[in-house]
Design a protein around this ligand. Structure first.
Ligand SMILES: Cc1cc2nc3c(=O)[nH]c(=O)nc-3n(C[C@H](O)[C@H](O)[C@H](O)COP(=O)(O)O)c2cc1C
Length: 203
């Protein structure tokens, strides 16, 4: 019981006020520990990457933090030709499609922290990332988002994650321009430190 709640209880007993007893009961309920996370203690780095930049950044983060790494992939691969790729990306976003994934994470309950990476597509996350967050249980997990981008930073992706993952704690995101995706070790280390994510002892 926190000190203010204890004071409220003592005061309620001293003056015998029903209102104060009710207030003390409410305060005690609010003090209660949050429900135990259905999460394990592990770290998962999950990422979507079409052209390799986010993959490079995900691998650097995974090398720093350890744990498991998982690539989010659409069941139907995206075209490699740029115009066709941007066209499909736009069409899927306009329709708010949820493309089927090639695979799911076998056991999300192993992880307390998910470090989630994606490229920015049209100011947002690619639609397979929405499929991913909607088809896995993020309740009580910590989610640390990172992206690579061509100039628009995290755009609206973190707000979207906060809205979608109400049961999770979404941390401040890391945005890395595509051209720096494989040379951003200092930014990654600073972000992990500020996020409170433990880096492997060997790093
Ligand atoms: C379909 C599509 C849409 C994009 N939209 C944006 C955008 O809105 N803002 C931006 O900064 N970059 C945009 N980009 C650039 C990518 O975010 C950037 O190249 C990213 O690093 C690609 O990551 P990847 O190599 O992991 O696929 C877009 C790229 C594609 C293919």
């Amino acid at each position: 019981m926190k000190r203010n709640t204890a004071r409220l209880c003592a005061l309620a007993i001293a003056v015998g006020s029903a209102a104060l007893f009710a207030a003390a009961a409410t305060a005690a309920a609010q003090d209660a520990e949050p429900p135990a996370a259905d999460a394990g203690s592990g770290i998962l780095v999950a990422y979507f990457s079409q052209e390799g930049h986010t993959k490079a950044l995900a691998e650097a983060i995974h090398a720093a933090v350890g744990g498991d790494i998982f690539e989010i992939k659409a069941e139907t691969p995206y075209p490699t030709e740029h115009d066709q790729l941007t066209e499909r990306g736009k069409e899927e976003q306009n329709a708010q499609l949820r493309p089927k994934l090639a695979a799911n994470v076998p056991d999300m309950s192993k992880y307390a922290t998910v470090i989630l990476g994606y490229p920015i597509w049209w100011g947002d996350m690619p639609m397979p990332v929405y499929t991913f967050i909607e088809s896995h249980n993020f309740n009580a997990k910590i989610v640390a988002p990172f992206c690579t981008h061509g100039g628009s930073g995290l755009s609206r992706s973190v707000t979207a994650l906060e809205n979608k993952l109400q049961g999770a704690q979404v941390l401040k995101g890391l945005a890395v321009p595509s051209r720096s995706a494989d040379s951003s070790a200092d930014d990654v280390a600073k972000w992990l430190r500020e996020s409170g994510i433990t880096v492997k002892a060997s790093n």
